[in-house]
Structures are given as C-alpha cells and as structure tokens.
Design a protein around this ligand. Sequence first.
Ligand SMILES: *Cc1c(COP(=O)(O)O)cnc(C)c1O
Length: 378
Amino acid sequence: MTNSKIWLSSPHMGGGEQKFVQEAFDTNWVAPLGPNVTGFEQDLAQYIKGDIHVAALSSGTAALHLGLILLGVTSGDEVICQSFTFSASANPILYQGAIPVFVDSEPETWNICPIALEEAIVDRIAKGKKPKAIIAVHLYGMPFQVEAISAIAHRYEIPILEDSAEALGSTFKGKKCGTFGTFGVLSFNGNKIITTSGGGALVAPTKELKEKAVFFATQSRDPAPHYQHSEIGYNYRMSNICAGIGRGQMEVLAAHVALRRSMHDFYVDYFANIDGVAVFCEPNTDYCSNHWLTALVVDPYKTNGKTREDLRLALEQVDIESRPLWKPMHLQPLFERYPYYGGTVAEHLFENGLCLPSGSNLEECDRIRLQEALDGFF
Ligand SMILES: *Cc1c(COP(=O)(O)O)cnc(C)c1O
C-alpha cells in the first residue's frame, strides 16, 4: 500500500455509481440514451444553475466540436483559441477545416490575455477576416478574466466557446464556470474532477440549441420513419451506462471540489517557507478555483539552481507522478504555422511550471510521503 504510485489525478468513485449502472442493466437501457442520460443532464443543470440546458456527450472534445458547429464555424473561418491549453481545445477547429489563431495568457489567471486578444481581433479584421469564435479556457480550474474577456467579445460581437473541461465547480463572483460563454464545455474524462470513465457535455443557452446539439450527436436524423439525412451527423451521445456513473459522481462532486481545494491548501502551506516556488492561487476573492490540479512555478535563480525538471525527476524516483504544465499550442509541431498574438507568458509557464498530485482520493499517508519527498529535494 505505502509503496503504490501517487498519481496526479485518478478516478475517485463515491459509491453510488453502481446502483445507477445496475439500474441500467436491470431495465436493459444499455444504449446511448435512457433515464440516466436524462437524469445526469438534469443533475448537471441543477448544479451549474442559471438559464442553461445541458447535452450529455461522449467527450469534452465532442462538445467543443459541436459548439463550433452550432456557432456556424466552417471551412476557412478563423477561430481564436487560448494557446496555453490542452490540444483538445484546438483540434476541433481543424476538424471544421477552420484556421486557429492563438493568443497568449496573462500571468494572473494563466488564461487568455485580454490585451493580446483584442490585438488579435483588430489585426485579423484589418487583414480582412473577423474571427468567428473565441475559445477561452479555465485552465487547471482557474476562471479566466471573465469580465474583461466578455467585454471584448461583446464589443466585437464574437461569441465565446467556454472550455470549462477542467473547471466544473469553479466560480467567478459566485457564478459557476460553464455559464459565461454562448456555449460551455465540460469533460468527465478519467482524470477530471468527476468522471464517467469518458464523457463530456455541452452547456447551451436554450432548449432549442441543446436539442440541435443532440440532433447532430445522434447522426442528424430528419423526422421520417426511414433514415433520412440532410446534414452531417456525428455519433457523439453519452451512453446510459456512462451517465449512470455520472449520476453517482454528482452525489460527491461538492465533496471532491472541497478535497481538491484542501490538497491545494496543503501545498500552499508547505511552500510558504520555500524561496523560489510560487503555488498558483486565485488573484482575488472574485475567483474560486476547484483546483483540479495544483500547479506551481519554480524560479531556479531563487532555488540555488534547482529547476522544475529536477523536481519532477526527484518525485519520479519515489514513484510520485508530476507533470510539466501544458505546452502552448503555438509551439506544437501541429499548430506552429498558424498565427499567434502575444508574448512569452505561456512559454515561461511551460518552461518553469509543474502540476503536483491533486486527486480528491489522496490520503494522509500520501501527504506524508509527498512532504518527505519535497523535504528531501528542497
Ligand atoms: C480534458 C480536456 C478537454 C477534453 O475533454 P475530453 O473529455 O478528454 O475529450 C478539453 N479541454 C481541456 C482544457 C481539457 O483539459
């Protein structure tokens, strides 16, 4: 037990999941629709609150793709995307044959920088093409600068596709992430704050748009007794089995957010006395992160030359998983030929940042092991 690996973020079952999955078997709802799908969507809508409608899908990536389709993004269009993110934020732009335009982060929330965003919009318009959408991300659960980014989006009348895949349970001024864009995206992959083993959801502003998302997600079948199609369809709906796991996970979501935040407190306390290590925290009380992953930045000039890579390798030696921050999209071989606006904020974070084990299932003995490993290194 004591020598088992400490993971960055692993699935954490609450106990109620199997009852919903069993129910699906008992009633033979083993299909990409059924009472668990409807129930999970209702649970999510109730949790997120506001005038929103949730479509449960096969993944967060599918939700991003359908979000772009519903915003009318097609071949040749330009879509602005936060560069500092996971590739799943940007790939669906290419699925649509559209062109990603990447924008740097700001150092407060590590998310899309309002100054670089406006510069990008103005320049793209001057070059003859107004961007069709803005993909803004709440990275590591930290809300982006909601007011500044929304104000720019309004001014230029460009919709926001809000990638809230890492931020279920995070809030800005008391309002839940997932509600700030025209569409919001959630993920229930195995490493996220709750999991359905794999899954996602699109948060839509109206019942009609939610139904349109479900239409696309179920092969775009026109109303007819035979199979009739006039639009491209996708197989993106969540299964009733996965949704059963999701319903069980919803019973423990609030507790899991509290546990992740307590893991973050543990690191904040630990690093308070260590020079050259800054734990990523909310800029002020308007922000509340679910702290999906606790991240930190190492300044080797203040740690006697110790780098984040030295720390990562030292932790690996004792079977503790940690990981560099996301490599910015504009530095990825797949995306480096696309336009980029901003400076080196994201690049600096990638070079000096590290994510530490943050799961809601970490126990006291894990914290002791972490503390010993960190003591040994610093
Ligand atoms: C996990 C993640 C996604 C994709 O979600 P999947 O459910 O894995 O497809 C998208 N964006 C971000 C920022 C993520 O972390």
